[in-house]
Design a protein around this ligand. Structure first.
Ligand code: FE2
Length: 116
């Protein structure tokens, strides 16, 4: 069986361009989740090399199943100043773990988590 922790990378010498950065704001019975890839150093954005998508999941503390919050897909447009990002607002006060995954068409799958 494939070890997903080896496929979904979270740290190596290319991590600052690929690991999805997760920012959380909580309050007023809402959870705001913003995920950006390349926050520190932008990944290239060319047809040959770009971020294809970001997926966001919530794994509630009282549950074992991941809830899919949403997905953003990107196409290369040659402007590396625009970093791939997506934001969601949940009407919830749940606690648990936010999992974000991303895919670079050259450097593969990446992941990050933040505890709520
Ligand atoms: Fe890349």
């Amino acid at each position: 069986m494939v070890d997903l922790n080896e496929i979904y990378k979270s740290a190596d010498w290319k991590s600052e361009k690929h690991v999805p950065a997760i920012d959380i704001e909580k309050g007023d019975n809402k959870i705001k989740i913003k995920v950006m890839v390349g926050k520190e150093i932008a990944n290239p954005n060319t047809i040959e090399h770009h971020i294809r998508w970001i997926d966001v999941y919530l794994i509630p503390k009282d549950g074992k199943l991941a809830l899919h919050v949403g997905r953003a897909e990107f196409n290369a447009h040659g402007d590396s100043a625009t970093k791939p990002s997506v934001s969601f607002v949940l009407n919830s006060e749940k606690t648990g773990t936010v999992l974000a995954t991303s895919y670079c068409n050259i450097h593969g799958l990446w992941q990050n988590t933040v505890e709520l």
